[in-house]
Design a protein around this ligand. Structure first.
Ligand SMILES: Cc1ncc(COP(=O)(O)O)c(C=O)c1O
Length: 265
C-alpha cells in the first residue's frame, strides 16, 4: 500500500479510497470541525501530545465534542499498520462526529521560497481554533501562485505581517536575533514556532510590519511539515541570503531537537 493510501475512520484502518463519510456531515458542508497534522519520522510521531492538546483546545473553543483517547488510539492503529514510514498524519474530527486520519507524504526537499504578500484578516471568533475552515488560507496560496510566488505571506490591511497560510514566519533584521509575530496578532499557536522560541535564545515575539521587510537580512517559514524553510524573496524584496546563518542554525537546532525527543520517547 502506498504511503498516501492508508486511512483510519472511527477506529478502522482501511485504504483511503474506501474511507467514506456521509454527505450531510457539517464538517463537509460548513468546514465545521478541527484538525491537526502530525509529522512522522520512521513511523514515530513527533510532538503528538502537543497536537492532541491543541486539538482538545480547538474542539473546546468550537463547542465540538471529541474523544481524545479514541483519537490517540486511531493514530496508534494507523501508524502500526503504516510501519516505519516518514511523512505526516492528517487527523480531523468533524461536526458529524467522524474521526478521520490519513497518512500523507511530505516533501523531501525544502528549497528557499518566493513569497507574495496577501491581505488577510484572521476571523476573531476562531481564535484558538485550528478549524477545518481553511478555504481562505488555500485561496491565499493560490493568489500567491498566480503572482508567480511559491507561497503567501499573510499581512493585515494595517500592514502587520502575520504568518503564511500553513506556517509561522520568522525574520531577522540585525543578523543576530530572530523575531516572529506575537500570538496577540492572532497567528496560530504553532507547535514548531513554540519549540523554536524555546530552543533559540535569540528568538522572540515582536510585531513585524510589512514596511520593515525591506530591511530583512534573512527569514524563514516554520511548520510541522516544513520544519525550517528559508525565504528567498517577498514580492520584489530579495533577501541578502537564503538560507542565512540564523536560518541554518534554527534548522539544525530543530532537527537535533526532533531526533532527541523521538529517541527518548
Ligand atoms: C495558519 C498556520 N500557521 C502556522 C502553522 C504551523 O503550525 P505547526 O508548527 O503546529 O505545524 C500552521 C500549520 O498548519 C497553520 O495552519
Amino acid at each position: 500500500m502506498s504511503l498516501s493510501a492508508l486511512a483510519v475512520l472511527d477506529g478502522t484502518v482501511l485504504p483511503a479510497d474506501e474511507a467514506t463519510i456521509g454527505v450531510t456531515d457539517l464538517g463537509l458542508l460548513r468546514g465545521d470541525g478541527v484538525f491537526e497534522v502530525i509529522k512522522i519520522y520512521d513511523g514515530r510521531p513527533f510532538a503528538l501530545d502537543d497536537h492532541l492538546r491543541r486539538m482538545a483546545t480547538s474542539a473546546k473553543n468550537l463547542r465540538l465534542e471529541i474523544d481524545l483517547n479514541a483519537v490517540r488510539a486511531d493514530v496508534d492503529a494507523l501508524l502500526t499498520e503504516a510501519g516505519p514510514v516518514s511523512g505526516a498524519v492528517r487527523f480531523l474530527v468533524s461536526r458529524g462526529g467522524r474521526r478521520i486520519g490519513l497518512v500523507e507524504a511530505t516533501p523531501a526537499a525544502h528549497p528557499p521560497l518566493a513569497l507574495a504578500r496577501v491581505e488577510y484578516v484572521p476571523p476573531r471568533i476562531l481564535d484558538g481554533v485550528k478549524s477545518l475552515s481553511y478555504a481562505g488560507n488555500m485561496l491565499a496560496q493560490r493568489v500567491a501562485k498566480e503572482r508567480g510566488a511559491d507561497e503567501a505571506l499573510l499581512v493585515t490591511p494595517h500592514g502587520r505581517v502575520l504568518e503564511a497560510p500553513t506556517s509561522s514566519f520568522f525574520v531577522s533584521f540585525d543578523g543576530e536575533t530572530l523575531v516572529t509575530p506575537p500570538l496577540s496578532d492572532r497567528v496560530l499557536d504553532s507547535i514548531t514556532r513554540r519549540r523554536l522560541l524555546s530552543l533559540l535564545p535569540d528568538a522572540r515575539e515582536e510585531v513585524v510590519t510589512a514596511d520593515s521587510l525591506g530591511r530583512a537580512r534573512e527569514a524563514f517559514l516554520a511548520s510541522t511539515t516544513r520544519e525550517v524553510q528559508a525565504i528567498a524573496r517577498v514580492d520584489d524584496v530579495v533577501l541578502p541570503v537564503a538560507p542565512g546563518p540564523l536560518t541554518e542554525a534554527a534548522a539544525r537546532a530543530f532537527s537535533a531537537h526532533v531526533r532527541d525527543e523521538i529517541a527518548s520517547a
